[in-house]
Design a protein around this ligand. Structure first.
Ligand code: NAI
Length: 327
C-alpha cells in the first residue's frame, strides 16, 4: 500500500540553491524512494513565473514519488500542514546596503514566516533555515513561532561541517566517511570554529594523524571560514549545489538518525558551553528517532573558548540588531 504523502515547504524556490535542492527532494534523497512527497513552494510574486518553469522541469523528470506541487507567494499556503520546511529564500545584500539594514530586511521576512509556521504547520514540523544570516534568521523564526517546539527550528552549519570534513580528510589521506566526531561551532559565517580535537579515524585521534597543529589553526580554520567567498570568486556565483547537498544532509540525518555519529547543526542553545539560551549556535549533535541531542560535557580549552566566544559575540551583535523587530 502507498504511504500517505509528506508535505515539504521550500522557500526561495526560483533561486539557485532550490534549482538543485528541489530535484534532490523529489528524487527521494530526503525521505527515501518509497515515500511520496508533496512540495509546497514559496517565492515572491515577481518570481512566480520562474517557479512555474522549475515546476515544468520537475514534471519532466517524471519522479515517481512526487505526489504534488503547490506554488504560492503566501507563506500560510506554503506552510499549511507541512512536515518539514527549508527556509532558503532571503533578501540578498544589494549594492550600498548596510549590514544593519540587511539584518532588518531579513528579520521582517522571517518574522512573517515564523508567524505563518506557528499558525498553519504541523506541530512537529522540522524547520531548517538556510537563508543568511541563517543563525539569526532561525532565532527570529523561533521567536515568532512560540507554539512550536523551540528545538524544531534549526540553522544550517552543515555546509561548513562538510567543507571541514573534506579538507581534513584530504590532509590526513583518508576518506571523509572515516572521520568521526568532528564539530563546527557558532555562526554560519567566517567566524565559525571547525573543531577537530575529538575527531578520530578508525579509533586513531585525527590530530595525531595530521600532526600539524599550525596547519589546522592557520590554514584549515580560515580556509573553511572563507570557502564561500572563494567559491564566489571562482564561479561568479555563490555555493548552490553544495549548499543544497548540505541542506539534504542536515534534514536527512535529523529525520533518519546518525547511528551515534556526530553532525553539526545550528540549534537554539540550552545554555550549555557558555552560550546564552535561545542563541542559535552551531553545535555537535547526535540524531535519533526524529530528534537531535547536543553532545554534552566536552572540555573547552583556552583556544576553543576564544574561538567560541568570538563567533558568539557576532551572534549577540546580530541579535541586538534585530531587537526592534522581535523585541
Ligand atoms: P538566490 O538569490 O538565487 O535565490 C533566492 C530566492 O529567494 C529568490 O528566488 C528570491 O525571489 C527568493 N526570496 C526572496 N525573498 C523571499 C521571501 N520573502 N519569501 C520567499 N522567497 C523569497 O539565492 P540562493 O543562492 O538560492 O541562496 C539563498 C540563500 O541561502 C541566501 O541567503 C544565501 O546567502 C544562503 N546560503 C546559505 C548557506 C548556508 O550554509 N547556511 C550556504 C549558501 C547560501
Amino acid at each position: 500500500m502507498t504511504k500517505p504523502a509528506v508535505r515539504v515547504a521550500v522557500t526561495g524556490a526560483a533561486g539557485q540553491i532550490c534549482y538543485s535542492l528541489l530535484f534532490r527532494i523529489a528524487n527521494g534523497d530526503l525521505y527515501g524512494k518509497d515515500q511520496p512527497v508533496i512540495l509546497q513552494l514559496l517565492d515572491l510574486p515577481q518570481a512566480q513565473a520562474a517557479v512555474g518553469g522549475v515546476v515544468m522541469e520537475l514534471e519532466d523528470c517524471a519522479f515517481p514519488n512526487l505526489a504534488g506541487v503547490v506554488v504560492t507567494d503566501d507563506p500560510k499556503v506554503a506552510f499549511r500542514d507541512i512536515d518539514a520546511a527549508f527556509l532558503v529564500g532571503a533578501r540578498p545584500r544589494s549594492k550600498g546596503m548596510e549590514r544593519a539594514d540587511l539584518l532588518l530586511a531579513n528579520a521582517e521576512i522571517f518574522k512573517v514566516q515564523g508567524g505563518a509556521l506557528n499558525e498553519v504547520a504541523k506541530r512537529d514540523v522540522k524547520v531548517l533555515v538556510v537563508g543568511n544570516p541563517a543563525n539569526t534568521n532561525a532565532y527570529i523564526t523561533r521567536k515568532c513561532a512560540p507554539d512550536l517546539p523551540a528545538s524544531n527550528i534549526t540553522a544550517m552549519l552543515r555546509l561548513d561541517h562538510n567543507r571541514a570534513l573534506s579538507q581534513l580528510a584530504a590532509k590526513a589521506g583518508v576518506s571523509s566517511a572515516d572521520i568521526e566526531k568532528m564539530a563546527v561551532w557558532g555562526n554560519h559565517s567566517p567566524t565559525m570554529y571547525a573543531d577537530y580535537r575529538f575527531a578520530t579515524v578508525k579509533g586513531t585521534p585525527l590530530p595525531d594523524l595530521i600532526n600539524d597543529e599550525a596547519w589546522y589553526r592557520d590554514v584549515l580554520i580560515p580556509k573553511v571560514g572563507k570557502r564561500g567567498a572563494a567559491v564566489i570568486e571562482a564561479r561568479g556565483l555563490s555555493s548552490a549545489a553544495s549548499a543544497a547537498n548540505a541542506a539534504i544532509d542536515h534534514m536527512h540525518d535529523w529525520i533518519h538518525g546518525t547511528n551515534g555519529g556526530w553532525v553539526s547543526m545550528g540549534v537554539p542553545s540550552d545554555g550549555s558551553y557558555g552560550i546564552p539560551e535561545e542563541i542559535v549556535y552551531g553545535m555537535p549533535v547526535v540524531c535519533a528517532n526524529g530528534a537531535y541531542e547536543v553532545v554534552a560535557g566536552l572540555p573547552v580549552d583556552d583556544f576553543s573558548r576564544t574561538m567560541m566566544d568570538k563567533t558568539l559575540k557576532e551572534l549577540l551583535d546580530e541579535r541586538d540588531g534585530v531587537k526592534a523587530i522581535v523585541g
